[in-house]
Design a protein around this ligand. Structure first.
Ligand code: ZN
Length: 192
């Protein structure tokens, strides 16, 4: 019991009291539920991987977006983290696919271009598989620097590169943008 409480306490937003409450809940639940929870946690680490095409976190490769026949595979929205995909999906106005960078440029923190996952994006574009790349990094200093870097990287490939509009408040993370704001930001995207 102490070990479970200790492990639960390491989760974000879970204090000692909550950890105890959760541990007692698991103790009182039937064996099947407890087993399902343990299985889900174990599978998360064992089965999840990055999509080889877009770097989204997935249990199948290619991921559901890259494998979808109903999505526009020639329209690619570049985001910082896998969680940003949910922000864009919530708008229900985007039918393209994604590319996940897993970070942004941050020279102050020693994060350079070599730390971003851009190789497979450049490969997709170079193969002629993409008509437009939408840069949907956050309107923060790091996000803007990353968008500028990507635009320069993609320019020789002669692909249309656009940047989401500043409907997303400057300096904020797109993760916290609501559906309407994000939808307008996508609609109002401009050439880079
Ligand atoms: Zn994918």
């Amino acid at each position: 019991m102490a070990r479970l409480i200790e492990e639960l306490r390491k989760l974000p937003g879970i204090g000692s009291k909550n950890a105890q409450r959760l541990a007692f809940h698991i103790l009182r639940s039937n064996g099947e539920d407890a087993e399902a929870l343990a299985d889900a946690i174990r599978n998360l680490k064992a089965k999840l991987q990055l999509c080889s095409n877009c770097n989204n976190i997935t249990d199948v490769d290619p991921c559901v977006y890259c494998a979808s026949p109903t999505r526009n595979q020639r329209l690619v929205c570049v985001v910082e983290e896998p969680t940003n995909i949910a922000t864009i999906e919530k708008t229900r106005s985007y039918n393209g696919v994604f590319h996940v960078l897993h970070g942004t440029l941050s020279p102050l923190h020693g994060v350079g271009p070599e730390h971003l996952r851009t190789g497979n994006l450049l490969a997709r574009v170079s193969r002629g598989d993409v008509d437009e790349v939408i840069l949907a990094t956050s309107p923060t200093v790091e996000g803007e620097a990353t968008a500028g870097y990507l635009a320069d990287m993609l320019r020789p490939a002669r692909v249309r590169v656009t940047r989401i509009a500043t409907g997303v408040p400057a300096g904020s993370d797109i993760e916290y943008a609501d559906e309407v704001t994000m939808s307008r930001a996508l609609e109002g995207r401009r050439e880079m």
